[in-house]
Design a protein around this ligand. Structure first.
Ligand code: PFF
Length: 447
């Protein structure tokens, strides 16, 4: 590589882009529907355990690998462990990123439809039942969801082809703070609803009698998905970090903000679910059916609704950009492809699979494998299998194989804000706790 590797320009840029990757549909769409399906409070608690006890150290592990090597996911493992098969995690990551990009773009496409719907005041429909019916007939039709998926991916293409700093960093800096503000406004609105207490106790009161292996697997998958963890996205992003970036602090901030957004989304959704007398376990449709009904009750409905779906669309965009970067960095570094060519290949494959995912709510809804549609299968295999397996391999690699001095050097900061015990805690987690917990939940959940 003769060209100097691009780097994020500012500290805010680093935080905004990593948080931009983490915060997206995973928090606002996936977390509420998964929590709804898996009984609420207990799911949240296990999710929190996986985010802070397992997730943060594994995020550090990805950061260490990425920044130390300054390479893509395959190149990084090849440099650190030449001739060994650790690089398999690179292929798993590439596969996971492709599967996620495909189904994620469908939901991001729904946000585009909803921006238009919001601007037209949802065609004058105001009743909860009417708004539900409207989403159903949209999602199960064949043309519009496919067009929106392809449109979303085309937008990705143009941003990605412009490169790291210009495209991604500027957008994240403006968008993330706006998203927080608007979520807080919606939370206040939901907290004033009739069944707010019922909704909140569903979300925050764990009912341990409900805990099953599949809930644990689901919560682990949600934690990894939400942190963009286990597929090399953070290895790729941290290869653009400067030497001065504080890894542990960045990981902590990212996990905290990511969790905050998911919890805010829960506080918005569940009081509304109970106030409207609906089922929390509605699955992927939940959020898109509930949100318009919430907005329609607010003064200035059209404006709020439009603004919200624009921000959700932008949050999805910063996440899909980060997952595409895995494949693009791989193709440009390893095969010397131009950025434009690598982007075109990545987006074209996603367009093909994305179309299948979009149709799996409509004319391909009968196409199932193990009882799952293509959309659900892509989600299940990537979140519940590929990401935890990737995370486990990464934690074993950094915990057991990588030179301990490298780990210390990368984590310890010149301002000594990172104490030696913190480094020891991260290493202990990577050596024992993370592989063991992931392994157990995995075996237990799949059996
Ligand atoms: N973390 C993103 C979200 O919660 O929406 C999804 C995601 C982004 C997953 C990037 C994987 C990834 F590489």
């Amino acid at each position: 590589m003769t060209e100097k590797r691009a780097q994020f320009a500012t500290r805010l840029g680093v935080i905004a882009t990593t948080v931009g990757s983490a915060v997206g549909l995973g928090n606002i769409w996936r977390f509420p529907f998964e929590a709804g399906v898996h009984g609420g409070g207990a799911f949240l608690l296990i999710d929190l355990f996986f985010i802070f006890i397992i997730g943060v150290p594994v995020v550090c592990a990805e950061f260490i690998i990425g920044r130390h090597t300054g390479l893509n996911i395959r190149g990084a493992f090849r440099k650190l462990a030449p001739g060994k098969s650790w690089g398999i995690v690179g292929y798993l990551g590439l596969l996971a990123s492709m599967l996620i990009l495909s189904f994620y773009s469908v939901v991001a496409g729904w946000t585009l439809e909803y921006i238009i719907q919001s601007m037209s005041g949802f065609g004058g429909i105001t009743s909860v039942a009417g708004l539900h019916g409207q989403f159903d007939s949209f999602a199960t039709s064949d043309i519009r969801p496919v067009i929106w998926t392809l449109a979303f991916l085309t937008i990705n293409y143009f941003i990605l082809a412009r490169g790291v700093q210009k495209g991604i960093e500027k957008m994240s800096n403006i968008m993330m703070p706006m998203l927080f503000v608007i979520l807080i406004v919606f939370c206040i609105n939901s907290l004033r609803m009739d069944a707010a207490t019922e909704g909140l106790s569903f979300l925050f009161k764990p009912d341990f009698s409900q805990v099953t292996p599949s809930i644990m697997l689901g919560a682990m998958g949600q934690a990894f998905f939400s942190l963009s963890l286990g597929l090399g996205c953070l290895i790729t992003y941290s290869s653009y970090f400067k030497k001065e970036t504080l890894l542990l602090r960045t990981a902590g901030i990212m996990a905290s903000l990511d969790t905050l957004v998911a919890i805010l989304a829960g506080i918005i959704i569940f009081p509304a679910v109970f106030s409207f007398g609906l089922e929390p376990a509605a699955g992927p449709k939940l959020v898109f059916e509930i949100l318009p009904s919430i907005f329609m009750q607010m003064p200035g409905a059209m404006l709020w609704s439009t603004l919200f779906f624009i921000l959700l669309f932008l949050a999805s965009l910063s996440s899909t950009i980060s997952m595409s970067e895995i494949t693009i960095a791989y193709m440009t570094d390893e095969f010397g492809f131009s950025r434009r060519k690598a982007t075109a290949i990545n987006i074209s494959v996603a367009m093909l699979f994305g179309t299948l995912c979009a149709l799996s709510f409509g004319s391909l809804s009968e196409w199932t494998i193990c009882g799952m549609t293509i959309f659900n299968l892509f989600d299940y295999v990537s979140s519940n299998i590929l990401l935890p397996v990737g995370g486990m391999i990464i934690s074993i690699f950094v915990g057991w194989v990588l030179d301990r001095n490298v780990v210390r050097e990368e984590l310890i900061t010149p301002d000594s804000s990172v104490r030696p015990w913190m480094v020891t805690a991260v290493i202990t987690c990577l050596r024992y706790i993370a592989p063991l917990c992931i392994g157990l939940v995995f075996i237990y959940g799949l059996i």
